[in-house]
Each structure stands twice: as C-alpha cells, then as structure tokens.
Design a protein around this ligand. Sequence first.
Ligand SMILES: C[S@@+](CC[C@H](N)C(=O)[O-])C[C@H]1O[C@@H](n2cnc3c(N)ncnc32)[C@H](O)[C@@H]1O
Length: 322
Amino acid sequence: MDAGGDDGTADVARAYRVFARLEARGRSPAYEALATAVADDAGIVGFVATLPAAKRQPNLLFAAARYLLGAPASIGSLRDLVRRSPAELDAVLRTRRTQTNEPARCAVLLPALAQLPEPLALVDVGASAGLTMLFDRYSYDYAGHRLAGADPDAPTLRCRVSGPVPLPRRIPAIVCRIGLDLNPLDVTNDDDVRWLSCLVWPDEEDRAQRLAAAIASARRAPPTVIKGDLLTDLPAVVAQAPAGATVVVCHSSVLYYVTPAQREQFARTVRGLDVTWLTSEAPGVVPGTERPPDDEQTTVLARDGPPLALADSHGTHLDWLG
Ligand SMILES: C[S@@+](CC[C@H](N)C(=O)[O-])C[C@H]1O[C@@H](n2cnc3c(N)ncnc32)[C@H](O)[C@@H]1O
C-alpha cells in the first residue's frame, strides 16, 4: 500500500513506485529497493510532497541525499536525514538539478561527426559540465576498432556496434568547442564534481569510474560552458564559432527538458542557422525521429533530419540503420 493521502502524497508515493518498477528495475537494485521503500514511508513521502513538482523526482532526491550523506542512501539513512536535517536537504534539492553528464555518449555521436568536413567547431547544447564536447580527448573501442585520443589518461569509451556503422579511421580535428547550459557545472569546482558523481546511480561502477577519469582529464584543460537558455541564446553562441570551420550544433539527452512546442521552436532556430545539427535524444524528442513503440533502443542519433542510428542512452551500443 502507498504511504500517501490526498494532499499530494499519494502522487508522490505512486511516482516512486513507478520509478522503482520502470526505471530502476534491471538497472539498479539499490535504487529499486530504495524507491519502493520510500513509497511506503509516510515521513519521506510527506517531505517530498512539500517540494515543488519539479523537485520531487527520485533520482534528484537520492542524489541530494548521497551528496549530504557522503554515500548512497539506504532507507534508514534517508529517513534520518529527512527527520534531522530537512532544511539542509531541502536546500540541496532546490539549488541542484539532474544534470548527469555521460562522456560515453561521445562514442555514439563520433561516427556521424567524423563524416563532416574538418575542422569542426562544436556547440554543445545542454552541456552540463562539458564532458560530451571532449571527443578528441577520449579513446574509443568499437568492438575491436580502436581510436586513440589525445589524453592517454582519459577514459576509453567502449561501444558495441551493429549495422553498417561508418567507423572513423581517426578522430576529427576540433578547433573550437563551446557549451551552452541553463546551469553550467564547473569541472574545477569540487562541489560541482561531487554533485556530478552523486548523479551516477549505485550499481553503475563502470559509469562512476568513467566519469571520474573524464573529469580528471577535463580539469587539465577545462571546457568552456556558457550560461544560457537553448530557446534564446543559441544564435549568439554559434556566432562565436570561427570562420572556415564546420559548425556542429550537438546535444544529447537534453531536449526532453523542454516542452514539445519549445522543441519545435528550437528546431526552427537551428534550421535557420548555417550549421550541422547532430542529436542523440530519446525517440521523437527531436521532431522527425519518432520510432515504433516496441523499439527497445532508448536513443535516436540524427543528423539534419531522419534517424541515422539507434543507441542506448549511456553510449554503450550503436546500431546503424541500413
Ligand atoms: C541530462 S543533462 C545532459 C548533459 C550532456 N548533454 C550529456 O549528454 O551528458 C541535460 C542538461 O541540459 C540542460 N538544460 C536543460 N534545459 C535547458 C535549457 N532550456 N537551456 C540550456 N540547457 C538546458 C540541463 O541544465 C542539463 O545540464
């Protein structure tokens, strides 16, 4: 039975149960168990129901708890935190956002990027800390097809491939990269780095290690991420790209943050610029990339139009369409 009443708590309890079943199951046993236990806990559910709707998501609550506790929450430690330090937890929830930055998404974008005339100027929309702009820093292993990046200590991104993936012979030259984000995270700021690591789910140790190695590499030469809104500030950022480069507006796991009408508005803006548009987003989030409902892949790679490939949202598999 859910721990909810009719004061918003029933919705919260239901949302945590749905998260446990549909998002955490099969991916993180720890989060599946925690979300299920939260749904049955009247104290935690009551606390979550006092938050604005956008601040109630399980992954935000669990990351905030981990940020304060210094370790992934258990139901006991989360209950104690809510009881003893509600103001502290509330403050983290209200100031922080889900901004997971997954460098492995570069492995999905790279084959489509490498087909473009060099040199490239990248504008990464919704860049978070900028880790998905550092294509040439990472090494790649596409099921034995290896590419060496510029930083030997940066992670090697391993990606299974199927279909006629145009695997590049080398990583293209990138002469400029600028990120745009509502709330840029700074790889040189220890609190931001701690927040990024708290956003990785328990049971995903490979992602945690990859993130740590990518951040360490980024700290040696930090990327530029400008504060701004994708709905209004893209043309000004694109204008900063150098002449003579192929300007690529790219984004991964970003556009679902805005409404369908705003996605259409953004698409019109991008199409009005002299740029290549490279996206790795959930099916249908970029207009024109809808997939049949039984499609098991969670991400569609598209360049200036119809889908090129399907992938998983963490960049570990790329399936090129025929
Ligand atoms: C899930 S993160 C993805 C980060 C990165 N693209 C990646 O794939 O690892 C989504 C990012 O989009 C940003 N974002 C959401 N809405 C935005 C907007 N309207 N304008 C700019 N950035 C936005 C968020 O702040 C967040 O950093």
